[in-house]
Design a protein around this ligand. Sequence first.
Ligand code: PCA
Length: 217
Amino acid sequence: MSKTPRILLTGFTPFGNEDINPSWEAVRALDGRHVGDHRVVARLLPTIFADAQRELALAVQDIEPVILLGVGQAGGRSRLSIERVAINVQDARLPDNAGAQPIDEPVLSEGPAAYFSTLPIKAMLAALQAQGLPAEISNTAGTYVCNHVAYLMLHHATRRQGARAGFIHIPYLPVQAARLPQAPSMSQEDVVRGLGIALQAAVEHRTDTRLGAGALD
Ligand code: PCA
């Protein structure tokens, strides 16, 4: 009997001035959830370049996922933000949680300049919109720890037969935005529902839907 295919779903520890990270709050709520015939395994990654890389590699070895989806906080974004691309750069605007602040260093010195998401980003977008959730395609995951992990997830996926990977940035939770002027937020309930919908679309669509969602800036 073949074993249940697994989805590795990661969230991050808090960083900067925050004492929670909405990505982990949402991701942990989905641990053990079944999506089609797949099972979600949630893991917490530190917001530390080096440690996240090491812990991700261990998680991939341990879980042998067929889908890898990283989730991270993007304070200031107002929608579930499905990343199209991860680039081979670390350029940290603030030190990570271990004090490291790489500037213009590659994630992997021998790696390609970028990896495109191998999850069906447009099908995920369409599914989220159909369920009434604000979502968008993003053409940059930044140059901090989230981009780093997104790049490494895609790198792992290229080395595992049939594996696919991608990344979603999420807004602040209301409790975080309440302390900040003008910051958009999304409820935990909507984020959890949205991630479930996005994963369902990823399981159902091996090839992406053709849907315009480009940007002029
Ligand atoms: N967001 C950061 C790193 C951890 C997180 O949740 C980022 O966007 O890089």
